[in-house]
Ligand binder design. Structure first.
Ligand SMILES: Cc1cc2nc3c(=O)[nH]c(=O)nc-3n(C[C@H](O)[C@H](O)[C@H](O)COP(=O)(O)O)c2cc1C
Length: 240
């Protein structure tokens, strides 16, 4: 069994921050997140995961605050073994930034980085990135697939232990992105960060089946969890 801590704000219940022993006052204090990550590591959890959004959270009360990749980079220095997974939006991020920052985290943590690629959910997020509204669902998933392809090519473009001259361009020119590459960071201790995915729709499951090494999923009961697992395995087999 693998255990992952989905650390969210002061807790997943939207009123948790009002509890007398809540960590509300420490939510912006990186030392609190370090304590949490050390506790998870001491408890033998495999990974520490931070969700993320690109606007104020639609959920009332304190939620995200510190940016995940920078926070996880601090946690990398406060822990030794636990995996560190950051959410990255393929709708708003650029593949070069995503590949570079996550590769940086993998180097800094000695091979413990993962990214959870999401397609994002709200127009408020889109309006912080030069768009009037969120692109439609199909378009977001087409972009996510191209995004993962470009990020993966960048991660692999400069083989570990070789000189920069041996790094090869990726020359990715697609519908959404143009990236020459190579990445200006050599391949990371893990080869590349672990790829997670969290969408549950039809194209979300397809994306997971094609690319993900880990999937964040929500099921309300045992039967739906089993159906989901069977469906994902069937799709993964179809993608070889
Ligand atoms: C456990 C879990 C964690 C998620 N974390 C995030 C997140 O941090 N940020 C985000 O924008 N979406 C997050 N999502 C939402 C999905 O990635 C996805 O964008 C959403 O479900 C819409 O896609 P879908 O229509 O394929 O379900 C999460 C979903 C699950 C189940």
């Amino acid at each position: 069994m693998h255990l992952n801590l989905f650390a969210y704000g002061c807790g997943h219940h939207s009123a948790a921050w009002r509890a007398p022993d809540s960590a509300f006052a420490r939510i912006g204090d990186v030392a609190w997140w370090e304590d949490l990550a050390r506790t998870a590591e001491r408890g033998h959890l495999d990974a520490f995961f931070l969700a993320d959004g690109q606007s104020l959270s639609p959920v009332p009360g304190p939620s995200w605050f510190l940016e995940p990749l920078t926070t996880l980079t601090a946690l990398a220095r406060a822990t030794d073994r636990i995996g560190l997974v950051s959410t990255i939006s393929s709708t708003f991020w650029d593949p070069f930034h995503a590949a570079r920052l996550s590769a940086g985290l993998d180097h800094i943590s000695g091979g413990r980085a993962g990214i959870n690629v999401v397609t994002s959910m709200t127009d408020a997020e889109a309006r912080n990135h030069g768009m009037d509204r969120l692109p439609d669902h199909e378009e977001r998933y087409a972009r996510a697939a191209e995004f993962i392809g470009a990020v993966t090519a960048l991660w692999e473009s400069w083989p570990a232990g070789t000189s920069p001259e041996e790094a090869a361009p990726v020359n990715h020119h697609g519908r959404f992105f143009d990236v020459d590459g190579p990445l200006n960071i050599p391949a990371t201790p893990q080869g590349h960060p672990v790829l997670f995915q969290a969408g549950a729709s039809d194209p979300g499951r397809d994306l997971a089946a094609r690319y993900a090494e880990g999937v964040y999923a929500v099921a309300w009961d045992r039967d739906s969890a089993r159906d989901y697992r069977l469906d994902l395995r069937r799709r993964a087999a179809e993608y070889g």
